[in-house]
Design a protein around this ligand. Structure first.
Ligand code: AMP
Length: 596
């Protein structure tokens, strides 16, 4: 279906930060963007200073930084001055534990005020923050703590009990576990976050921080091997600030709500850092998704800018038919809402148009990934929207489409790539390195880092096309990673967990398209000799994977197949499994085991 371009004839309620795209893109420099921040004497730059202390220093300490909506719907506020005090206390807590510059502090928390304290206090102490997704099971948690050299973990008693306690002895490097809320006294080897905080002083001088000091570690998944720890530095804050101004159109008076989980990069870059650097009020929803609850939050908290995800929008669309008696949005006052953006997976044109028709505002899709650290391509407040397109590169970002070879990735010949100029031609999306939040390494994995670059470009692993006017259109992933409900899942991690089950000989994991979640994880499993494929075994395997991996990562479907297609080198061919599942052409099978 062809979707009409959405032209914005109604004047926006506030003047957009970006009004002339071409001019801004041509004139933009990152050094000027840096000048919008305060920095430290002598050229230092610390994310937490820019996000919190800077506002207090300039007389804005009384402004509400966080509006925390508890699961029962009651809301409480934390001012910038209070946040400055709490984050300073946490920096002291870390210091008193002997945790210092570069040491890794992990969080395994949902959205809650303590998360903000731990993240920004860690950054004040020049330690490195690594967030974990609280829906991960014990396997992904343990693996990331080990790969990331976690010294400190901040979590709750319930999450610790379910996901870490049993594995603690194998995590020798994990010296301190801080329990938020009650329960530390019953958990050997843990400390009470609240008690330590109460004993710590409220003033902390942030040590000189180099813009190149490591600040954040975000794990992401590839097709094979262990998760990759993308390293980000304090200078990233320049990009968080500039891109939130352009792509989210943040203004100081905004009330802003980002629905992403803080265990993923969006929840950190745009749920914590960027909005606080802008000094806006951030809504922190401590509850679970529920359509009524979400509309109530938008209305009662008077949200003006909302950053969410396609799966969430599709869930709302389902809960909100366009006609009929259940006109949910109409029963809430959404008049404060002035800008909606979405990220993380393809945003179907229907969702863009639904926003326009039902919420009175179109949804602005934007694109980026863990490695880029900030939004790279976006639809902007002042520009037309082409529904289904991710938009155009941000000021400071140069993007290109590269011609692909037979393996579906950018073709590199004698070290050179070919930029695809023909409008509409598909290829791998590449970005010219140089923006401040570009990842600086995959932790302990130089080889994989270097493999992500060719001929002066960073290769994203995404297939896209660009139309004649410069709008980018998402085509698909060039590799086997799975996006399910906006979360990036590495098939290898799921296969490895399944193969720990005594009945399983081999496993191949793919994403099966789903109308709401984008994809769901489906596993094809071959069994060991003498093991019978039964419904009971299927249930057992699903439960086994769920306990180890957690509900967000575990397969939702399992199929038994004693003849999994394999390459001649013995690897399960996921591409073929997927093609068969979807009834697609199987493509080049020359590497299939047994082929001539
Ligand atoms: P992550 O690193 O977990 O944030 O996932 C990044 C990946 O999500 C990208 O490489 C894309 O495959 C996908 N993605 C992010 N934003 C979009 C978007 N607007 N449209 C389509 N896919 C997206």
């Amino acid at each position: 279906m062809a979707w009409e371009t959405i032209h914005k004839h109604v004047a926006p309620r506030v003047r957009p930060n970006l009004t002339d795209y071409d001019r801004t893109w041509a004139e933009f420099t990152w050094s000027r963007a840096r000048a919008a921040l305060e920095g430290q004497p002598g050229g230092g730059l610390n994310i937490a200073h820019e996000a919190v202390d800077r506002h207090v220093g300039s007389g804005r300490g009384g402004k509400v930084a966080l509006r925390c909506v508890s699961p029962d719907g009651t809301a409480g506020s934390v001012t910038y001055a209070e946040l400055a005090g709490r984050t300073s206390r946490f920096a002291h807590v870390l210091r008193s534990l002997g945790v210092g510059r570069g040491d890794r502090v992990f969080t395994l928390l949902g959205r809650c005020p303590e998360l903000y304290t731990a993240v920004l206090g860690t950054l004040k102490n020049t330690s490195v923050l690594c967030p974990l997704f609280s829906a991960f099971g014990p396997d992904p948690v343990e693996q990331r703590l080990r790969l990331g050299d976690g010294r400190v973990l901040v979590t709750t008693a319930a999450l610790y009990r379910r996901k870490v306690a049993e594995r603690r002895t194998s995590l020798a490097g994990l010296e301190h576990v801080l329990i938020v809320g009650p329960g530390a006294e019953d958990l050997p080897g843990t400390l009470s976050f609240d008690q330590l905080m109460a004993a710590a002083p409220e003033r902390f001088t942030i040590p000189p921080t180099s813009p190149e000091d490591m600040a954040l570690l975000h794990f992401t998944s590839g097709t094979t091997g262990a998760p990759k720890g993308a390293v980000h530095v304090h200078e990233a804050v320049v990009a968080h600030h500039a891109t939130a101004a352009y792509a989210l159109d943040l203004h100081p008076e905004d009330v802003y709500w980002c629905t992403a989980d803080p265990g993923w990069v969006t929840g950190m870059s745009y749920g914590v850092i960027a909005p606080l650097v802008h000094g806006v009020t951030v809504v922190v929803d401590e509850g679970e998704y529920d359509a009524r609850r979400w509309y109530r939050i938008l209305a009662e908290q008077r949200v003006s800018v909302w950053y969410t995800a396609p799966t969430a929008l599709r869930m709302l669309m389902r809960a909100t038919p366009r006609q009929g008696p259940h006109d949910l949005p109409a029963s809430y006052d959404l008049s404060r809402l002035r800008f909606i953006a979405s990220v993380g997976e393809p945003l179907n044109p229907e969702a863009v148009v639904w926003g326009q028709e039902v919420l009175g505002l179109p949804v602005h899709d934007n694109w980026w990934q863990t490695e880029t650290g900030c939004i790279m391509i976006a639809n902007f407040a002042a520009c037309e929207i082409r529904p289904g397109s991710m938009g155009r590169p941000l000021p400071g970002v140069e993007a290109a489409v590269l011609s692909c070879g037979g393996d579906g990735r950018a073709r590199v010949t004698d070290g050179r790539v070919t930029v695809e100029d023909r409008p509409g031609a598909e290829g791998e999306l590449a970005l010219r390195p140089g923006w401040p939040s570009m990842f600086r390494a995959y932790l302990h994995d130089k080889e994989r880092y270097e493999a992500a670059f060719a001929d002066g470009w960073y290769l994203t692993g995404d297939l896209v096309s660009r139309d004649a006017d410069g709008w980018f259109w998402f085509v698909g992933r060039a590799d086997d990673v799975i996006k399910s409900a906006g979360h990036l899942i590495g098939p290898f991690e799921v296969e490895s967990a399944l193969m720990e089950h005594p009945a399983v000989a081999e496993a191949g994991v793919i994403g099966r398209p789903d109308p709401v979640a984008g994809n769901i994880v489906k596993a094809f499993v071959s069994l060991r000799p003498d093991v019978q494929a039964t419904p009971a075994l299927e249930r057992d395997l699903l439960g086994f994977a769920r306990r180890r991996l957690g509900p967000a990562v575990a397969p939702r479907e399992i199929a038994f197949d004693q003849n999994l297609p394999r390459t001649r080198s013995g690897k399960v061919m996921r591409r073929l499994l997927r093609a068969r599942e979807l009834g697609l052409p199987t493509g080049d099978l020359s590497t299939l085991e047994g082929s001539a």
